[in-house]
Write a protein that binds this ligand. Sequence first.
Ligand SMILES: Nc1ncnc2c1ncn2[C@@H]1O[C@H](COP(=O)(O)OP(=O)(O)OP(=O)(O)O)[C@@H](O)[C@H]1O
Length: 291
Amino acid sequence: MASALPQRKVSLPPEEKAQSSSKVPSQVSAVASAASQAEHPAPRGLRIDVHGAVVGFGDLAVLRRLELSIPPGQFLAVVGRSGCGKSTLLRLLAGLEQAAEGSVALGGAAASGLRPDVRVMFQDARLLPWKTVLDNVRIGVPGGDRAKALAALELVGLADRAKEWPSVLSGGQRQRVSLARALAAEPSLLLLDEPLGALDALTRIEMQSLIERLWQERRFTAVLVTHDVGEAVALADRVVLVENGTIAQDVDVALARPREKDGGFTHYENTILNRVLARLPPDASQTGFSI
Ligand SMILES: Nc1ncnc2c1ncn2[C@@H]1O[C@H](COP(=O)(O)OP(=O)(O)OP(=O)(O)O)[C@@H](O)[C@H]1O
């Protein structure tokens, strides 16, 4: 299929790292980190290793020897231009696509089809209209356990709507039910395919906080596909850019949580956005970008 393209690893220039980290004094971030470790349990998420993955449709090569490793419990965001292959990568991790070449391992084991501990949340909630809110969540629980489904609805603040029909819920509430269904089985890997794309700005911010809180509490590995670079920086430990079928930029987001839209945040946002829009400075290789 397509020829292998070199993978580019991009890290922030040292002086820019210093600039962004200066927003968070080291003693403050050390205290925040210790508090966070006490508050949040150790990661129980799946490690992911993708090596040389090739995925295409007919003559179209979408992923071209893509390399990506995600440590357990990491929150990774995937960005890139429309049609670059973000959802294809997500479907590969979900077991919904097979790589023609290369390998995908989840938790050290070669991936082979769907796994019960891997859940996907899509842009549309995909609730069954003829089932109540609770019964929609029960679909996500092995054996349909009511108590577990109700507990998941409580997590997203909708236990009081358990007996209602999906049709009476707002778009944001439907996505919360979809999140409850995805989390009800306590997945080790949660794949989020632009889940907030159809929501209004305020509901989107609320949902981002909810997803961040639940991820911090449960420590699953999370992979979020998003068109919104700001959302990626707000939520992710690390943001990768898919371009030409490979990872073209790989940025660790070293900002304390919850994240404020301050100078450090904007710096990350602009760095990634400029790269997505191919607005790298002409002498990028001399300014600390390692490509
Ligand atoms: N089942 C399929 N059959 C044929 N082509 C497909 C299939 N799925 C995806 N493609 C093509 O693969 C390419 C990548 O699609 P993909 O949905 O992964 O992109 P994306 O980056 O998620 O796009 P967007 O941001 O617009 O959602 C597109 O050109 C798309 O048309």
